[in-house]
Ligand binder design. Structure first.
Ligand code: FPP
Length: 294
């Protein structure tokens, strides 16, 4: 039976959506938005023109994710390295663009029931940008649909440093470091992403095969999808294509596939367990992890 196409998808998106199994959508998709500079260069435009054009890609991708019911979408908008290593004029432009984006997109976020969150060292961002970020966050806090998380001034290594510091600080306020509990659940509870399940799928545009210090802990088992499309050309239909590719992959989480497990007597080799049931089993585990993190 063909899946019913959700309202709001255009013709092309509808065609790709019909190939998807709506019960096996990734719960959390993370995207490394890359290629703005190259997009601009190809057009003999300044780099910032690529960033400006990237906003339309953000809008289309976010709307499509919300329309098909993706639980969480995390966009790598600005790394800590970008902040430190790019010319001040470009950084200033990106900050202004973010402020304008938040103001202009708020009605769309609310219309689509999207809740906005941020990850990254926010305290290092300019106070006026932080104020706008807080305003947009608070204005969408009541929404119950897709959680859109913007990674701003984000570095996965800094996130781990902050998590370990926070664990020690909490322990020292609760009886001292001898009460420090270090295990995976404890670390997860102190990550910036404690409000999210781990991503199932990470998309990178512009063909680069790197994680670039993005969600290093959380992407441990994520499927990686790299497309040559430059970020400003990326649209909702490309997100659906990435999901279609994701659904062709077999996720093993360090276990065995059917044919490998068949000879081992492992419960998991049970031929009566359909792929769909297994997918539900995995999704269930992911939800449990998410709840641990809250
Ligand atoms: C990477 O392209 C992109 C960025 C560093 C900025 C991302 C910003 C946007 C997509 C604009 C708007 C986003 C929001 C959330 C308002 P690059 O400059 O590294 O490209 P290059 O590798 O081709 O030089």
């Amino acid at each position: 039976m063909q899946a019913r196409v959700p309202a709001g998808l255009d013709h092309k998106e509808g065609e790709v959506y019909r190939q998807l199994d709506p019960e096996r959508l990734p719960k959390h998709i993370a995207i490394i938005m890359d290629g703005n500079g190259r997009w601009a260069k190809r057009r003999h435009l300044p780099r910032v023109a690529g960033h400006r054009a990237g906003v339309a890609a953000v809008r289309s991708t976010v709307e499509t994710a919300a329309r098909i019911g993706i639980h969480a979408l995390t966009l790598y908008a600005f790394s800590e390295e970008n902040w430190k290593k790019r010319p001040k004029s470009e950084v200033d432009f990106l900050m202004r663009l973010l402020g304008r984006y938040l103001k202009a997109e708020l009605p769309t976020l609310n219309d689509n029931n999207i809740r906005l969150e941020y990850i990254g060292r926010q305290r290092e961002l300019p106070p006026d940008v932080r104020k706008r970020m807080d305003w947009a966050h608070d204005s969408t806090a009541q929404n119950t649909g897709t959680i859109l998380t913007l990674a701003l001034n984000y570095s996965a290594r800094s996130e781990l440093v902050d998590a370990f510091r926070s664990m020690v600080e909490v322990a020292s306020k609760n009886g001292g470091v001898e009460h420090l509990r270090i295990d995976e659940d404890a670390i997860r509870e102190h990550l910036y992403t404690r409000h999210l399940p781990d991503p199932d799928l990470v998309v990178r545009t512009s063909g680069e095969m790197r994680l670039s210090n993005f969600l290093l802990w959380q992407l441990a088992y994520a499927e990686i999808y790299v497309t040559p499309t430059l970020w400003p050309d990326f649209r909702g239909v490309h997100l659906l294509e990435a999901i279609a590719e994701y659904q062709k992959r077999e996720r093993r989480y360090g276990g065995l596939n059917d044919s490998q497990a068949a000879g081992t007597g492992s419960n998991y080799s049970d031929r009566n367990t359909s792929r769909k049931e297994k997918a539900h089993h995995f999704q269930g585990n992911i939800s449990k992890l998410a709840h641990h993190g809250e």
